[in-house]
Design a protein around this ligand. Structure first.
Ligand code: FAD
Length: 381
C-alpha cells in the first residue's frame, strides 16, 4: 500500500480523545486501572508522545529541575491502557458527522469524542510579528527553543515578558534566575493594561510586586506591541530586547468555532458541569479549550487536572449509553504557588498569601507527586 493510500485510510473509533492534555491523562489512568469501558476501540489523537507539565517550566529555567523531569509519557500510558495512539493534530471537527480531520490528512470517525487540546498561542496576534518573539504555547516548543538559546549562550541578555498573569510572572522570575547565565538576564515584565496578576488578591499582588522589585525585574503596566520593529509599551520603547516572550493567555483553536459546535464568545468549546457539549451531547471537553456555561472558570492547569476524573467517569457512563452524572465543582479558591526562581515561592489562595522556601518545597512536592503518579502507572506500579 502506498503512503498516500495508507493516509487516506479512515480510522473508526468508539471513543476518541483529542489532545493529550492534563485532563485526558486522568482518563488514560482510569482506563489503565479499570479497562477501556466495554472493550471499546479507543484512539488518542495528539501531536507529541509526551505532555509537558507547565508548572515545572519556571523551575527548569532556574535550574531546579532537569528538562526531562516535567514530562508525562503519553505514548506509554496509551499503550498500557490499550488505546491506539495517532501522533497527529486535529485541524477540523464535524460534530454532526462525528468525525475529525488531522493535519496529516487522516479522517477519524467516532461515536463519542472528548477534547483536551489546550488553547493556542496568540502573542503574534496581540504584539505583531517579530523574529525575537517566542510564544509560550505550545509549551514543549517553548522549552526546546529556550534550551537551544541557553546552549548557544546567545539572545538572552535582555528579555521582555509580555503578560502579567501567573505564567508571565513565573517566567519573569525563572528567566531572571536562568541557570548557567552569567551575567543574569535583564528582565522586563510588561503586564498589559490590566496590571500585575489581575483577579488575584491585593496582598498577593503586593507581595509579588515587592519580589519583582527586589530581584531587579522592571514592571511596565501597559500592553506591549511592536511598532515598525520597535517593542513599545505605554508610549515608551522597551528596546533593546534580545528576546520577547508572549505569555498572553491562549486563544481558542479556529477549528472549534468553524465546526459549528456551541462555543462561548471567545470560540472556546462550551460545556456544562458534566463537561459535555450542550449542542452535541456525544462530545465532551476539558482544560483550556473548554468554557463552562454554568459558571466562569479560569483557563488554568489546575482545573484541567481536577476535571480529569469527572471526565473519565462521564465518558464511562456515555460509553455504557447512560447519562453522565459526575460534575466538576471547583473550590471557591484555587491554590497558586508561584516560583520566584531564587529558592522561594509565593502562595496565593483567595485572599491569603504567604512566601518562603517552604512554599517552594510544597510546590515541588505537589508537582513531583503528580508526575510520579503517571510514571508509576507506566511502570505498572
Ligand atoms: C509558564 C507557565 C506556567 C504555568 N503554571 C501553571 C500552574 O502552576 N498552575 C496552573 O493551574 N496553570 C498553570 N499554567 C497554565 C497551564 O499551563 C494551562 O492552563 C494548562 O496547560 C492547560 O491544560 P490543558 O490540558 O487544557 O492543555 P495542555 O496542557 O496545553 O495540553 C494540550 C494537549 O493537546 C495537544 N494538542 C494541542 N493541539 C492539538 C490538536 N489540534 N490536536 C490534537 N492534540 C492537540 C498538545 O500537544 C497537548 O498534549 C501555566 C502556564 C504557563 C505558560
Amino acid at each position: 500500500m502506498t503512503d498516500e493510500k495508507a493516509r487516506s485510510r479512515r480510522i473508526d473509533a468508539d471513543v476518541l480523545l483529542v489532545g493529550g492534555g492534563h485532563a485526558h491523562v486522568a482518563v488514560l489512568a482510569d482506563w489503565i486501572r479499570r479497562g477501556v469501558p466495554g472493550g471499546a476501540r479507543a484512539v488518542l489523537l495528539t501531536p507529541e508522545p509526551a505532555l509537558r507539565y507547565s508548572g515545572m517550566v519556571p523551575g527548569w529555567l532556574a535550574g531546579q529541575h532537569a528538562a526531562g523531569d516535567g514530562l508525562v509519557d503519553l505514548a506509554a500510558l496509551a499503550a498500557r491502557a490499550g488505546v491506539e495512539l495517532l501522533l497527529d493534530r486535529c485541524v477540523a471537527l464535524d460534530p454532526e458527522a462525528r468525525a475529525v480531520t488531522t493535519a496529516g490528512g487522516r479522517a477519524v470517525a467516532f461515536n463519542i469524542a472528548s477534547f483536551d487540546t489546550g488553547g493556542e498561542a496568540r502573542g503574534a496576534a496581540l504584539l505583531g510579528e517579530d523574529p525575537r518573539l517566542i510564544e509560550v504555547r505550545p509549551i514543549g516548543a517553548f522549552v526546546e527553543r529556550l534550551a537551544a538559546l541557553r546552549a548557544s549562550r546567545q539572545g538572552l541578555a535582555r528579555v521582555v515578558i509580555a503578560g502579567g498573569g501567573a505564567g508571565g510572572v513565573e517566567l519573569a522570575f525563572g528567566l531572571r534566575n536562568l541557570a548557567g547565565a552569567a551575567p543574569r538576564p535583564e528582565v522586563t515584565l510588561a503586564t498589559g493594561s490590566g496590571g500585575l496578576l489581575p483577579g488575584f488578591a491585593d496582598a498577593v499582588r503586593a507581595r509579588v510586586a515587592r519580589a519583582l522589585a527586589r530581584q531587579g525585574i522592571a514592571v511596565v503596566a501597559a500592553d506591549a506591541a511592536f511598532a515598525r520593529g520597535t517593542l513599545m509599551a505605554g508610549g515608551r520603547s522597551l528596546e533593546p530586547a534580545d528576546l520577547v516572550v508572549a505569555a498572553t493567555g491562549s486563544a481558542a483553536p479556529g477549528w472549534v468555532r468553524a465546526s459549528g459546535i456551541a462555543t462561548d464568545a471567545g470560540g472556546f468549546l462550551s460545556v456544562d458541569a458534566h463537561h459535555r457539549s450542550p449542542s452535541h451531547p456525544h462530545i465532551f471537553a476539558a482544560g483550556d479549550v473548554a468554557a463552562r456555561t454554568d459558571r466562569p472558570l479560569a483557563h488554568a492547569g489546575v482545573h484541567a487536572v481536577f476535571a480529569g476524573p469527572v471526565l473519565a467517569a462521564n465518558l464511562r457512563k456515555a460509553l455504557a449509553g447512560e447519562a453522565p452524572q459526575a460534575a466538576y465543582r471547583p473550590r471557591r479558591h484555587s491554590l497558586y504557588l508561584m516560583n520566584t526562581g531564587d529558592g522561594s515561592a509565593i502562595l496565593s489562595y483567595g485572599p491569603l498569601s504567604a512566601q518562603g522556601s517552604w512554599v517552594l518545597a510544597l510546590k515541588h512536592r505537589i508537582d513531583k507527586a503528580w508526575i510520579a503518579k503517571y510514571a508509576a502507572l507506566v511502570r505498572g506500579a
